[in-house]
Design a protein around this ligand. Structure first.
Ligand code: ADP
Length: 623
């Protein structure tokens, strides 16, 4: 086996293609992209938040404007009540005062405003809806308030301020009370803005309202009240002080730092330190009131949204990247597997090639072996033929004494008959002499027949295999054996069918087989004074012709039965037997397509059977 074939088909090791740094690189890339994208994404979400805030701002402004518009005509309507003018004419009338106070209280309740009050032209409050409260307006002088001056001058006005009496921030509307066209007093209506702020607080955004000086007077966050969004000019500060509009000690800066985000939107930071907050700011001017309403949407949620969106985007990118990386690594694994398969295939092919080479080598060695066997067989056949010849010569050697005796006898008789014939002629006994001559002639025929058989037997067979008449061959063999049989005093029981019995064989070789079997039978009964041999030709079945030779010798032991057909197996003393007769006979019969078998007879002695294939009539005809 070659090296390639002996090596197991191990799967080649997979080189580690997957690098651990890929996911890290991907993460870095995603982080860098997120860093780059953050400002834009953040701005987008801030602007979106600002736009939502702007909508809310519009609603709030509409609400405020609606309220202002609703309250604006009230003071003028109230001022038209005649009873107010009457009280202004007669301020010390307690009954009238009581009536007006009650009326103002009822009006405030009806209109749902915090205060309704009546002042004379000095600014002194004569009657007020709060007349029953501990901090009543009655007796208070509001001449310092701009709305009073304006209304006293005959104009309907409004004003925002911290109530100096109540301490509540309020919006003041004022209208003059006239009699016969002349202003005799002022009616003011105040409503508080707490309800608005309350409503604003429920929304997500902060709202604040600044006045013309940038002071915050309404805000969803109470701590922003009265804070300044821009530095106050000294004139403005002086005016505030004079009108007591706001508590001066609370006018501290709110620290507003705004930078533009887009048109109408600013990113505004309000406050300092830990209190600071960042908002998206939009504002609207309420020109008639001189107010600016600001909506401040906290930037935190928008930033969180932006971060979330960026996170989701990043995750998506990361997932896509990981999926791509997975696909790449899967592809790499498939490539590895294909390479491994190619390598395995290469190994297999190498092994197949090696095996093929081995098979070729084995084939040619087999061919050589077959050739050698064939040569050996040819040599064997030649040797076998030589041995057959040698066997025949050996048989002739065995028979030579008997043959010479058989020939010598007629020769001696011929000599005697010839001498007698000569004497009978001399005595003119011609008739007897003729008889002698005839006997001499018969003797010569007999000698010639013996010589003919011996020649046939000793001759190398040139024959092929074909149908032969087994009876004729057996007759010849018996003739050949007659001399030895007689010499041994043996009885031959020859039983053959009258008609020819055709079998496949060769006459000369078959004769040799029968002679050999008869010789062995006689040898086996060496010491027997009356040896008896039988030769039988029969047809045990339609396809077989059997020649059986039986004797009454000692038979065969089991060892002899096992070895009797082996070449050179003999129990005879040296010089007597070669141990080739049966081996050669066996091969001859096998060549004919038949079988030679040995067995012991029931009554003692051995039996040798030659079974030959019966020859067909067609073959006979062809012969
Ligand atoms: P050989 O006759 O030269 O010994 P064979 O091959 O003819 O050679 O016979 C081999 C042996 O077979 C003989 O030596 C003998 O022992 C045995 N054998 C042959 N024929 C008979 C027989 N009819 N009875 C007993 N033994 C026999």
């Amino acid at each position: 086996m070659t090296d390639a074939a002996a090596r197991p088909l191990a799967r080649p090791g997979t080189p580690p293609r997957r690098a651990a740094w890929r996911p890290a690189l991907l993460l870095l890339l995603v982080a860098a992209l997120a860093g780059l994208a953050w400002p834009r994404v953040e701005r987008h979400y801030l602007v979106q938040a600002g736009m939502a805030g702007a909508d809310a701002l519009q609603l709030s402004v509409a609400g405020l404007r609606g309220a202002l518009d609703r309250f604006e005509p009230l003071p003028a309507l109230i001022a038209e009540r005649p009873i107010l003018a009457r009280l202004l004419d007669d301020p010390d009338n307690p009954a009238l005062l009581a009536e007006v106070n009650a009326l103002l209280l009822a009006t405030a309740d009806d209109l749902r405003v915090s205060d309704v009050y009546l002042m004379d032209l000095t600014g002194l409050t004569l009657a007020a809806s709060s007349y029953l409260k501990p901090l009543s307006f009655v007796g208070q002088n509001f001449a310092y308030r701009p709305y009073f001056a304006e209304a006293a001058a005959g104009r309907v006005t409004r004003y925002f301020a911290l109530g100096t009496t109540s301490g509540e921030r309020g919006y003041f509307y004022a209208a003059p009370v006239r009699r016969d066209g002349a202003v005799i007093g002022v009616v003011a209506v105040k409503f508080t803005v707490d309800a608005f702020e309350e409503a604003w607080r429920s929304g997500p955004s902060e709202l604040m309202v600044t006045d013309g000086n940038g002071v915050v007077f309404m805000a969803s966050r109470p701590e922003w009240h009265f804070r300044t969004t821009v530095p106050l000019s000294s004139a403005a500060r002086a005016e505030i002080r004079a009108t007591r509009q706001y508590p001066e000690d609370r006018l501290s800066p709110l620290h507003v730092d705004a930078r533009p985000l887009r048109d109408g939107q600013r990113l505004t930071r309000i406050g300092t330190g830990a209190q600071a907050g960042t908002f998206v700011e939009s504002d609207r001017l309420m020109a008639d009131a001189g107010w600016r309403v600001h909506i401040l949407t906290p930037a935190g949620p928008a930033r969180a949204q932006a971060a979330g969106a960026l996170g989701i985007g990043g995750m998506g990118f990361l997932m896509a990247g990981l999926a791509g990386a997975l696909a790449l690594s899967h592809r790499a694994r498939i490539l590895d597997r294909l390479a491994a398969q190619r390598e395995t295939q290469g190994l297999l092919e190498a092994r197949v090639r090696a095996r093929t080479r081995e098979l070729d080598a084995a084939n040619s060695s087999l061919r050589r072996e077959v050739e050698e066997r064939r040569n050996a067989e040819t040599r064997l056949r030649i040797t076998q033929k030589e041995l057959v010849q040698a066997g025949k010569l050996a048989a002739l050697g065995q028979m030579s004494a008997a043959i010479s005796h058989e020939i010598n006898q007629p020769l001696a008789a011929v000599k005697t008959f010839a001498e007698n014939a000569a004497q009978l002629i001399d005595r003119d006994r011609h008739g007897e002499a003729r008889d002698n001559m005839l006997r001499i002639s018969k003797m010569a025929d007999r000698i010639a027949a013996i010589a003919g058989h011996l020649r046939n037997f000793a001759r190398r067979p040139q024959e092929g295999t074909g149908p032969v008449d087994v009876c004729a061959v057996a007759d010849d063999a018996v003739d050949l054996m007659a001399v030895r049989l007689r010499a041994r005093g043996a009885v031959l029981d020859y039983d053959r069918p009258a008609a020819p019995v055709m079998a496949v064989g060769g006459a000369v070789r078959l004769q040799q087989v029968i002679v050999n079997l008869l010789n062995n039978a006689l040898d086996a009964m060496e010491g027997d004074p009356a040896p008896a041999v039988s030769l039988t030709i029969s047809r045990p079945d339609a396809g077989t012709v059997r020649i059986a030779v039986c004797d009454r010798g000692p038979g065969l032991t089991d060892t002899e039965l096992a070895q009797v057909f082996d070449p050179f197996f003999t129990t005879k003393p040296p010089g007597k037997g070669l141990g080739l007769g049966l081996s050669i006979s066996f091969n001859i019969v096998e060549d004919f397509g038949g079988h030679l078998r040995a067995c012991n007879r029931d009554g003692g002695g051995a039996e040798f059977r030659v079974d030959l294939p019966a020859a067909t009539v067609a073959l006979t005809a062809a012969q």
